[in-house]
Design a protein around this ligand. Structure first.
Ligand SMILES: [Zn+2]
Length: 154
């Protein structure tokens, strides 16, 4: 890891995690600040999060390292506004992440904490979101994201 001068404090309060699908075809690492378990993982009840089993963390793309060209290996799914890609392993089908593409600046991913190797979901801190009620139509969060600083959906 590299850090420029003045980022020492930020660096010390972050953590890097190895992630991947079930079969090993997709592998990547994520650097998070604050690190787990201080990071509040988003647990949302919208239609997409329910189906895909998302427990989301939101690293900027610069903090996501795809190993062995794994990003291009991912199968993608889009719905509603089609502004985002839902990412899956094409071999084992594991639900991995959301690529916000141009929708969110800077480029950010919503990564399911379930992809972190050795993760203990019982030890995570969760922030529950009633996406089903807050985001229309019908709890479809496509094209929306959680604004960490403002604490609201955008
Ligand atoms: Zn797989």
């Amino acid at each position: 890891m590299s850090a420029t001068a003045g980022e020492e404090e930020k660096k010390s309060s972050s953590g890097t995690y190895e992630c991947g699908c079930h079969c090993g075809y997709i592998k990547f690492s994520v650097t998070l600040s604050p690190p787990l378990p201080e990071y509040q993982v988003l647990q949302c009840n919208c239609s997409a999060c329910t189906r895909f089993g998302y427990l989301l963390i939101y690293p900027e793309a610069a903090n996501v390292k795809w190993h062995n060209d794994s990003r291009s290996r991912c199968a993608t799914y889009q719905f509603n506004t089609k502004a985002k890609d839902q990412l899956f392993c094409p071999k084992c089908g594991a639900s991995l992440a959301i690529d916000f593409r141009d929708f969110r600046k800077p480029h950010t991913y919503g990564v399911s904490a379930r992809t972190i190797y050795g993760i203990n979901l019982e030890e995570l801190k969760y922030k529950k979101l009633d996406g089903m009620s807050l985001v229309k139509p019908a709890g479809d969060l496509s094209g929306h994201y959680w604004d960490e600083e403002k604490g609201e959906m955008k």
